[in-house]
Design a binder for this molecule. Structure first.
Ligand code: 13P
Length: 250
């Protein structure tokens, strides 16, 4: 049985002061509740301060991106070891905004996943098709291609450390959520693919999150689906009360 994972991706939002205030209030609101795994992903600048604010709490800290090299002449970039030192436990890798706005392809994402795992951090590896791909009937091929190329060289043990997030690009920030049935179909496809590659046991233990316009209104129905193990929340993770409502879905 996978403990439900509710992760908040803040994207490029919140100052350090706002982030610390959020983390402090979230921690209070959550108390000792541990039947849901809660993750927040602030921007780089706030990571260390939020790590301090969360010290001793079950809430885990994630970065939104990393560079795959250990160190060197990569102006503006941040390595896995730097994130680990700042207090991160997880890193979001391959988010669709990184793919489309910053030109990250599957091969690059694969190197980022390897760098994340080498550092002992947990990747939250994102996959998802665009509307044009879905309408052209290419959703299964696109998702399988992202999995195959993104997870290249990873072992079954690596998969055991990895969380997968299905985020249909057409549902991100649009208010247009995939229906629970549409999401379940893709989550099933992902789990079946993992089963073929790494064995059914590993596939059954892998948390697969849904992302794309998740709100307190639609979370419960999404979570009734057998292969949806949690949510990667964007806009609705920026307010403590709203995010808590999602965490406390029934
Ligand atoms: P929204 O919840 O704002 O649609 O964003 C989803 C997302 O991209 C999370 O990573």
């Amino acid at each position: 049985m996978i403990r439900p994972v509710i992760a908040g991706n803040w994207k490029m939002n919140k100052t350090i002061a706002e982030a610390v205030d959020f983390a402090t209030r979230l921690r209070e609101a959550l108390g000792s509740r541990d039947d849901r795994e809660v993750i927040i992903a602030p921007p780089f600048t706030a990571l260390q301060a939020v790590a301090e604010a969360l010290r001793g709490s079950p809430i885990r800290l994630a970065a939104q991106n990393l560079h795959e090299a250990e160190k060197g002449a990569y102006t503006g970039e941040v390595s896995a070891a730097m994130l680990s030192e700042a207090g991160c436990a997880c890193v979001i890798v391959g988010h669709s905004e990184r793919r489309t706005l910053f030109g990250e392809g599957n091969e690059r994402i694969n190197r980022k996943l390897q760098a994340t795992l080498t550092e002992g951090l947990q990747p939250i590896f994102c996959v998802g098709e665009t509307l044009a791909e879905r309408e052209a009937g290419r959703m299964p091929a696109v998702i399988e291609g992202q999995l195959k190329e993104g997870l290249n060289h990873l072992t079954a043990d690596d998969i055991g450390e990895t969380v997968i997030a299905y985020e249909p690009v057409w549902a991100i920030g649009t208010g247009r959520t995939a229906s629970p049935g549409q999401a379940q179909e893709v989550h099933r496809l992902i789990r079946d693919w993992l089963g073929q590659q790494y064995g059914a046991g590993r596939a059954a233990e892998t948390a697969i999150l849904y992302g794309g316009s998740v709100t307190p209104k639609n979370i419960s129905e999404l979570m009734t689906q057998p292969d949806i193990n949690g949510a990667l929340v964007g806009g609705a993770s920026l307010d403590v009360a709203t995010f808590m409502e999602i965490i406390q879905y029934q």
